[in-house]
Design a protein. Structure first.
Ligand SMILES: [Fe+2]
Lengths: 199, 242
């Protein structure tokens, strides 16, 4: 026998199911006024510094169907690369947003400011990115991924550099479609499958 | 700010398998490629915070919150309570816990739920709260009914409450479900069965807690939640600090 480790295991995940909106976005589920406010309605407030951008996309299952029931959360730094709560962070950037795939079209829209690059441990610099967390019926543990931008320098990003199959890097890069507008699609499975993270 | 260290990597063996033919929807919704594993950084170690001022007095009372305190929901009154801790066993204070559930008849208040059990005019089915300074939380609610769902020929969900927890880092984000002690449907449920390790599934089953039930009012069920912890980095910090 050995000494016991004083470690508790993480609670196992279960799918968020089809009715996740009731809990996380009640007005989207048709319950508009149970709370006085809904959390994560926008990652920015008026006066947020930086370039305001809009990211639109869909999330496709393994058959190519745009899922109508997915729910997303995003977390990001402000335009200078600081997260809310860090010294010098932009007070008008909460950095956090909740949004859902449209029930009719499956498309989501995220309006935010473009984040700056982020300092990591040991002097590493991460290219500007938004962290994305995705839950839905049939997803048994929330999926983590990142949105990078095609008009930024991603060449030295430590995470993108770790992707062995270089053509898959593209699955994490939002494409510019117009001034201030980007498209970022997520593919859960199969051809063009998005790189998901264990991080 | 002091470096609290990277998040402890997730032990995926305790979690449900992403692909499980018994749960049909997971078949086309599970990645086929391995996840890319990497040590956490600021993007995962930071996270949103929510102030106490954001919350209303009835937000964690599902019996009364939908009717704005005017009429109670129908069902077996229960207190759902517990503690949010991290893998080091430390309570996680001031963190957001949200729940959602079906009503006593097993029906959700959602446009996509067409089950023939009726809606309760006084039940919305969502609640939220912040943990206290020690990581404790509580909700007053009604026990949800079991309900059938389209999967195999005759599948039923055991009574359950969905729970979403934040922690202080975006990488701790977790959604799970609480089941009730003694429910025979747990053993038949394909969603519960996505967790392959039975002792891990048992961790999602809340025991009846008579010590916290209130005579002539409600029964209590206890449900603790463990979030990812942080790895200590004493030596690394010294090197980086130079
Ligand atoms: Fe459910």
């Amino acid at each position: 026998m050995v000494q016991p480790l004083d470690i508790h295991e993480e609670t196992p995940s279960q799918t968020a199911g089809p009715y996740v909106h009731i809990g996380l976005m009640p007005s989207f589920a048709g319950i508009p006024d149970v709370y006085e406010n809904q959390l994560g309605e926008s990652p920015i407030a008026d006066g947020a510094k930086g370039e305001v951008i809009e990211i639109v996309g869909s999330i496709y299952d393994g058959t190519g169907w745009a899922m109508r029931d997915a729910l997303f959360e995003s977390w990001q730094a402000d335009a200078s690369g600081k997260f809310a709560g860090q010294d010098g962070a932009d007070p008008n950037v909460s950095g956090y947003c909740r949004f859902a795939a449209d029930g009719e079209t499956g498309e989501y829209t995220l309006k935010t400011v473009k984040p700056g690059s982020i300092a990591g441990r040991g002097g590493q610099v991460h290219a500007p990115h938004i962290s994305l967390w995705i839950v839905a019926r049939g997803i048994n543990i929330g999926l983590q991924t990142r949105i990078y931008f095609e008009d930024e320098d991603n060449s030295n990003d430590p995470l993108l550099s770790r992707i062995e199959q270089r053509q898959r890097v593209d699955t994490l890069i939002a494409k510019k479609t117009a001034y201030g507008k980007y498209r970022f699609d997520v593919r859960l499975q199969g051809e063009g499958e998005t790189v998901f993270l264990d991080i | 700010m002091a470096d609290l260290g990277p998040l402890i990597p997730r032990n995926r063996d305790i979690h449900p398998v992403p692909y499980d033919p018994g749960y049909k929807t997971s078949v086309a919704r599970s990645p086929s490629q391995p996840l890319l594993s990497m040590e956490s950084g600021a993007s995962e170690e930071t996270g949103p915070t929510f102030g106490h001022g954001t919350f209303g007095a009835l937000d964690n009372n599902l019996i009364m919150n939908f009717s704005k305190g005017t009429a109670p929901a129908i069902g077996e009154r229960i207190l759902m309570h517990g503690k949010v801790l991290d893998e080091r066993g430390r309570g996680v204070p001031n963190t957001l816990v949200e729940i959602w559930q079906a009503n006593a008849g097993g029906r959700y208040r959602h446009k996509k739920d067409g089950y023939l059990a009726p809606l309760d005019p006084n039940f919305g089915g969502c609640g939220r709260t912040l943990t206290d300074d020690e990581g404790n939380y509580q909700f007053l609610t009604i026990r949800p009914g079991a309900y059938p769902w389209p999967n195999r020929g005759n599948d039923w969900r055991p009574m359950h409450i969905h729970i979403s927890v934040f922690g202080h880092s975006f990488g701790q984000r977790l959604i799970t479900q609480m089941y009730f002690q003694g429910d025979p449907l747990i053993d038949l449920c394909p969603i519960a069965a996505t967790i392959k390790n039975r002792s891990q599934l048992d961790r999602l089953v809340a025991p009846l807690d008579m010590s916290n039930s209130r005579p002539l009012d409600f029964l209590a069920y206890k449900f603790d939640i463990v979030l990812r912890g942080r790895r200590q980095t004493m030596f690394e910090n010294k090197l980086e600090g130079m």
